[in-house]
Structures are given as structure tokens and as C-alpha cells.
Design a binder for this molecule. Structure first.
Ligand code: ATP
Ligand code: MG
Length: 139
């Protein structure tokens, strides 16, 4: 088992619905430690850069509209196998397929407005953490 860091976004739908506290409680309840956290309203260039891997997908414009429509909560999470642990806690991208007890099962509306983001690999976690948190903000 390895201690890892991963990157999380609580998306605009969940912030609008007052679910930030509930989602953070699920994260802490799963044993993940919050190492850094900030609320930010993403600009279009920030959102486009963050999801650049999806820029050819038909839903890209919709995704950027959604991610920029209100503030989000970005954080760095640490724990044993944090990347997979947080993806497991999040549940499937489409909440219709998400397991009981996951964040998306409880708080996501649909495949687009799905409450949270989590890094999908250790390599991407490092890239995404650097995108939002300069080293001096991290212990
Ligand atoms: P995330 O990267 O946000 O953690 P994910 O890794 O589960 O989600 P991805 O395939 O990376 O899923 O898709 C990124 C995001 O794009 C999704 O979380 C969702 O908000 C949006 N998205 C994905 N597929 C669709 C779709 N078919 N229609 C609309 N939006 C979509
Ligand atoms: Mg993804």
C-alpha cells in the first residue's frame, strides 16, 4: 500500500445545491485527508485547459459551460491508494451506474452534472495538483 495524493473538484452543481459539506464529510469519512483546499470560479481558459483531453468530444462545450457557471471547490486529498480510493468513493461517471454509497449516486444529477471530479491516475493527479496548487500551499 502506498500513500498517494489525488486531486478533487466539487463541481458547480454540488456547490449550488449546498452539498459541499456533505461531500467533504464523505471524503473524510473514507479516511482521505484534505491537504489543501480553495473555492474558485474557473475561467473558460482554465476549464478548457483542465479538460483539454476531451476537447474533440461532442460534449466539450457543454462541459466547459457547466464547469464555469459557478464556483467550485478544488482540493488535494491524501491517503492509502488515494487515486483509486477517491475514484471508488465518487462512483461511476453516469450516476445511473453508480454504486450505492458513492458521492455520485447520492448527489449527481446526470452524466454531465455529476457533482465531483477525481484524478484518474497518479500521473494525472500530479499534473492536476500542479495546475491549481503551487508547492508552497502544500505541506
Ligand atoms: P471527471 O474527469 O470529471 O472526474 P470522469 O473521469 O468520471 O469525470 P470523463 O470521461 O473524464 O469522466 O468525463 C469528464 C466529464 O465530462 C464528466 O465527469 C462529465 O462531467 C462530462 N461528461 C462525460 N461524458 C459526458 C456526456 N456523454 N455528456 C455530457 N457530459 C459528459
Ligand atoms: Mg476524467
Amino acid at each position: 500500500m502506498a500513500t498517494e495524493r489525488t486531486f478533487s473538484i466539487i463541481k458547480p452543481d454540488a456547490v449550488e445545491a449546498n452539498n459541499v459539506g456533505n461531500i467533504l464529510a464523505m471524503i473524510e469519512g473514507a479516511g482521505l485527508k484534505i491537504k489543501a483546499m480553495r473555492m474558485v470560479h474557473l475561467s473558460r481558459p482554465m476549464a478548457e485547459g483542465f479538460y483539454a483531453v476531451h476537447k474533440e468530444r461532442p460534449f466539450f462545450g457543454e462541459l466547459v459551460d457547466f464547469m464555469t457557471r459557478g464556483p467550485v471547490v478544488v482540493s488535494v486529498l491524501e491517503g492509502e491508494n488515494a487515486v483509486v480510493a477517491y475514484r471508488t468513493l465518487m462512483g461511476a461517471t453516469n450516476p445511473a451506474n453508480a454504486d450505492a454509497g458513492t458521492i455520485r449516486k447520492q448527489y449527481a444529477k446526470d452524466i454531465g452534472e455529476n457533482a465531483v471530479h477525481g484524478s484518474d491516475s497518479l500521473e494525472n493527479a500530479g499534473i492536476e495538483i500542479n495546475y491549481f496548487f503551487p508547492g508552497y500551499e502544500l505541506g
